[in-house]
Design a protein around this ligand. Structure first.
Ligand code: ADP
Length: 551
């Protein structure tokens, strides 16, 4: 800006100087021309009256260095010339001043020399005899004058230029100085040129607008940060080179990293080939999904490319914890496989027995045994299907009608159903205590039935089954103890799994499906309770369910 101001001032000074020079020279030249013309007229007047009286002798006597006098006859011939021999001069009728003088009595004109360095002024007057007396003087033209004054002009010019340069530099600095000290952060607090007020006002209003936009952006950024920080899913934003731009706490936890990883290549945070290959595929396909395991948990990872205006600006990685979902999927698959297997076994036995009877191969006395086998296996199938239906109802988890259930009455009901099978082994069943539980009666019956059924099935002859009910103001406890075969330590953690049996043949023989304890566990969970198993081999088992009292 300083150099621009300097240049403008400098050009202005030079132009003013040149224009001044031209105007002064022009004015002076015109002034001197006028003075000279007046002088010539005076001289001509005197010479004319003298020539009228004295004729050529006067002119001869007059011969002057300053002027030239020419006496021209009415027909244009030269009668006398003070500078040149009149005989050698051409006729002058065509001269402008002569023609004018003949016509009007006086005339004037000027002419330049061929080199334009000399200018001749002419004044002519008509004498009484019709002849014309002309006076002329030559002087240097303005151009020659200027050329003559060139040296002082150049000196003045150089001086003026140097002076203007110094002045221009100082002025430019002085003009710019307040600009350099402007406080643009607080534009309204500046005490500077009046002319800057509109600009400062605009800066002030732009400041206010920018502040508002920054606040809005910050607000949006905070909102975004809060959302991604509270997200349970891991979220990583990457640029087009795979560098981490942003990572939320859940993703830091999954990839075991800290805030320092922002700005680093994602592959330095997670070096697994599965993820790096997925990233490569994302660049080609735009989207990739994969499952990864980290710290004993399973994650579904979705990576998507972000494209803006036809170019890849980065990608976003979203990781969901699907451990429970995956294990549920696995147990569903296992369950389906187990169900098919469990259904197939009794069906094959039924088909086998039926074929033997059909073919008539067996002896008539064996038929009742095979028919009994078919009935037993069919019974097992019915039990199995019942249990599967119960379990799938519990899996669905829909709401069922709840009521206050008297557990002592419920135990009596269960005992009466199981009485005959207990009697077969001479097993004594007792119940102690009483409590009410707000729950689904049908499910609680299932639970107590399965526990007591197991306590009888896996008991020893002449054994005992004891149901104990108790309550506090916080929970209700029901426990079923037996004096049976017990469950070996290494099986205890698995007996609640679907189709898990410690002694397969014993379970089958007693009509077990391997689903009883799974149903028990589900019923307890449905009522938000907990279940505990204590057992010693050959000594007995106690299974205790504790239900919180819902207020
Ligand atoms: P099942 O239909 O085979 O009885 P459950 O799910 O009810 O299936 O029980 C799973 C396994 O746990 C049984 O096969 C049995 O081996 C064992 N079990 C259950 N209850 C008892 C018990 N009271 N005493 C000993 N073993 C038991």
């Amino acid at each position: 800006m300083t150099s621009k101001i300097f240049r403008s001032i400098f050009i202005a000074v030079v132009l003013v100087l040149l224009v001044t020079l031209v105007i002064i020279t022009g004015c002076m030249s015109s002034y001197f021309d006028t003075v000279q013309q007046n002088e010539l007229r005076d001289e001509l007047e005197i010479a004319a009256s003298a020539t009228e009286k004295l004729g050529v002798p006067y002119l001869e006597a007059l011969k002057s260095d300053r002027y030239r006098l020419t006496w021209i006859a009415g027909n244009g011939d030269i009668l006398y010339d003070t500078d040149v021999d009149s005989g050698s001069m051409e006729n002058h009728t065509d001269r402008e001043e002569v023609q004018e003088a003949v016509k009007t009595g006086s005339g004037s004109s000027y002419r330049y020399s061929s080199t334009l360095t000399e200018k001749t002024l002419y004044e002519a007057v008509k004498l009484s005899d019709g002849s014309v007396l002309r006076i002329s003087v030559s002087h240097a033209t303005t151009l020659l004058l200027v050329a003559g004054m060139l040296q002082p002009i150049i000196i003045i010019f150089v001086l003026a230029v140097v002076l203007s340069m110094i002045l221009a530099t100082r002025m430019a600095k002085n003009i710019v100085k307040p600009f350099n000290h402007l406080d643009l952060e607080h534009p309204m607090e500046n005490d500077t040129y009046e002319e800057l007020s509109p600009l400062l006002n605009r800066i002030h209003s732009q400041h206010k607008q920018i502040d508002k936009q920054i606040r809005q952006l910050q607000w949006k950024k905070d909102e975004f940060n809060q959302i991604i920080e509270q997200m349970e899913e891991g979220l990583v934003l990457l640029d087009d080179n795979g560098t981490i731009l942003s990572i939320n706490p859940a993703a830091k936890e999954i990839f075991k990293t800290g805030a320092f990883c922002v700005g680093q290549d994602f592959l330095t945070v997670d070096r697994s080939s599965e993820l790096s290959q997925a990233m490569d595929r994302v660049n080609e396909n735009g989207h990739e999904e994969l499952r990864i395991s980290r710290s004993g948990r399973e994650y579904q990872v979705n990576i998507s490319r972000i494209t803006t205006e036809d170019h890849i600006s980065g990608s976003v990685l979203l990781a969901f914890d699907v451990t429970e979902q995956a294990s549920a999927e696995r147990s569903r698959q296992e369950f389906t496989a187990n169900v098919s297997h469990e259904l197939k076994t009794p069906l094959q036995s039924i088909i086998g027995s039926a074929e033997l009877i059909e073919n008539g191969i067996m002896k008539p006395e064996d038929i009742p045994r095979f028919a009994g086998n078919i009935r037993k296996e069919s019974g097992r199938l019915v039990n199995l299907i019942d249990d599967i239906i119960r379990l799938s109802q519990l899996d669905e988890g829909g709401s069922m009608p709840m009521e206050n259930v008297n557990l002592a009455d419920l135990t009596d009901e269960v005992f009466s159903v199981l009485r005959s099978s207990a009697d077969i082994q001479n097993i004594t069943m007792t119940a102690s205590g009483s409590a009410e539980l707000f729950g689904v009666k049908r499910l609680l019956f299932e639970m107590l039935y399965n526990l007591c059924d197991n306590a009888i099935k896996y008991n020893k002859p002449d054994g005992r089954v004891d149901v104990a009910i108790s309550s506090t103001d916080k929970n209700v406890t029901i426990s079923v103890s037996d004096t049976g075969v017990g469950i070996p330590d290494d099986h205890q953690s698995r007996v609640f799994e679907r189709f898990y049996r410690v002694d397969k043949s014993h379970s089958k023989q007693s009509g077990g499906t391997g689903l009883g304890l799974s149903i028990v566990k589900h019923v307890v969970q449905y009522h938000h309770g907990t279940i505990k198993l204590e057992s010693r081999e050959n000594s007995g088992t106690t299974i205790t369910a504790v239900f919180p009292i819902e207020k």
